[in-house]
Design a protein around this ligand. Sequence first.
Ligand SMILES: [Zn+2]
Length: 177
Amino acid sequence: MNVKSNIMDASTWSPPRRTIFVDGEKRVEKYPGMRHRHMVDPQGNMCRVPIVTAASIVVPDNYANQIMAVKLGQGWFPVDTCPLALMLSGQLMSESLDGTVRDGKPCEPGSYDIRKGCRHVHAEVAVRRGRHGVVEAERAERYKAQGEKDAEQRERHHQELLRAMTQGTKGKDKDAK
Ligand SMILES: [Zn+2]
């Protein structure tokens, strides 16, 4: 894995900027620092991944590169990148992306950002969530089946207990006579 990835190279990193309007006036503001990266996890959730080891560090260092390399290796990818471009540059394994997402051309840099993820981000998130939804439904089904089994077991136990108590009472009655 190429640790010195171009998506998080500390030497060329500069804070992202945003345009805001103050009293109708347009201003460009730098974000205070980047302490985490918004990433998509294998289940299709948007997650904030901390990339600095201390709050005092505002510029990502080598640790950030290592974290990114590990996460990319596990199939995570930043929301503000084109995952297909990452795959084609060898930073993301091809198995990490669905076949339907792997087909086609990577997006032009600048055509997407953190607010407006590229179409491959949207497609991959949908696939992952769908896949995860199926897994979750199966798990819920298994839990339900187990719950029913447990209920049956409890009912059987309850009946046995009742029987034992009834017999016990009968026995006592006999003794009393
Ligand atoms: Zn894309």
